[in-house]
Design a binder for this molecule. Structure first.
Ligand code: MLT
Length: 373
């Protein structure tokens, strides 16, 4: 099996020309897909052998850096250049999802386990589609249908999984820090798919990709995050990611749902949506995390909706080209009205679409290439 790199590609293309000219009998079977794009699939016959060649086009934009991390635990651990690199890589993977046959052999023979201790539709499906598009084998373990209900600890479950040699474990857990703990104990790469109220890094990355796609840049954009900031891992990861990438971040929500000293994360804090809506290039609405609230922090959902929910009336103060985002699941009529969620400024489905590209990029960067640690 030959690993493809620029040098190998040059040699390969040289040999194709020789083979076409009938001058030699090369037999290459390229097992690796070299990013960013496969542009031709060429089958050709030379005396004595038949080779199926996946020939990668040279990148239209050179990806100059290498991603050398074992795990993706949070945005906190990423440098702005690494975030940029993930976004660039994701961009190159988007095209695969538009093909009639949406599959490349990049991760053939690799195993990705999705270990979900909390409910999820979008994130788990998105990871699974991403892994399958890269030809990895995938296994889903959810808390309700596994030995976890019999009391097995996270580490015991992980050690047992590890004995089956997975390459990646994608973990969603209600405890903050669970993926960090897991990553210390397993050889497999660990991806954090949401840990309690802590981080949801892949959501923030797909949000960045969506903003960059629509605006061409993240730096200099004013992003307003509205709602239950205190209990939202999406808000935390986005605040880290957006500030690292040079955006101005405004947050607004009920005082009971804004953590103390949030300003130290580099954001401006407000308590009324009206104070941020007119300023924002992007408005990110959050779901009320009722499952994480120990006590009732709101008089009523109806009141919350009328004060903090984004509807046509509040939106009339927004910039004419504002983008409306929401990580889902949406509580229609609570934090966002149906007409705004489905309206012309909404990029909510673009976010979902970009989720697959981001997760493909991360799987590729973590286990598709070489790494130091
Ligand atoms: C999450 O898992 O954090 C979601 O994507 C956002 C939410 O649940 O509100």
């Amino acid at each position: 099996m030959t690993k493809i790199n620029d040098q190998f590609l040059e040699k390969l293309l040289e040999n194709i020309n020789l083979a076409k000219a009938g001058l030699n009998g090369v037999d290459y079977v390229a097992e690796y897909w070299y990013p960013p794009k496969i542009s031709h699939k060429i089958t050709f016959v030379v005396p004595g052998c038949i080779s199926l060649l996946w020939v990668a086009a040279f990148p239209s934009r050179k990806l100059s850096m290498q991603f050398r991390k074992k795990d993706l635990l949070g945005i906190k651990q990423l440098e702005p250049e690494e975030i940029q690199f993930i976004l660039e890589t994701a961009e190159t993977f988007k095209e695969i999802s538009t093909r009639p046959i949406k599959k490349v052999p990049t991760l053939r023979g690799r195993t990705v386990v999705h270990l979900f201790y909390e409910p999820s539709t979008r994130t788990r499906t998105s990871f699974e589609i991403a892994a399958k598009r890269l030809s990895a084998d995938t296994f889903n373990i959810s808390a309700s249908t596994s030995s976890i209900v019999k009391g097995e600890t996270l580490l015991d479950t992980a050690r047992n999984l590890e004995a089956m040699n997975p390459d990646v474990i994608v973990l969603r857990h209600s405890a903050a820090g669970a993926p960090h703990l897991l990553a210390k104990h397993v050889q497999a790469s660990v991806i954090n798919a949401g840990d309690g109220m802590h981080e949801h890094p892949t959501q923030a990355l797909l949000d960045l990709l969506t903003i960059r796609d629509k605006r061409g840049t993240i730096s200099g954009q004013t992003v307003a995050i509205i709602g239950d900031i205190a209990h939202s891992r999406v808000a935390r990861s986005n605040i880290l990611a957006l500030t690292k990438m040079g955006a101005r971040v405004l947050v607004a929500g009920p005082a009971t749902m804004i953590p103390l000293h949030l300003e130290t994360m580099g954001v401006e804090v407000f308590y009324r949506p009206e104070d941020v809506i007119g300023e924002a290039d992007v408005i990110m609405m959050l779901r009320i995390q009722r499952e994480r609230q120990g006590e009732m922090l709101l008089p009523s959902l109806r009141e919350y909706s009328s004060v903090f929910g984004l509807d046509e009336r509040k939106l009339s103060d927004a910039k004419p080209d504002v983008l409306i985002m929401h990580p889902g699941p949406i509580n229609r009529g609570v934090e966002i009205s149906p007409s705004v969620a489905d309206g012309p400024y909404s990029v909510i489905l673009d976010q979902v679409n970009n989720g697959v590209a981001i997760r493909m990029a991360l799987l590729y960067l973590l286990i598709g290439g070489e790494r130091d640690a």
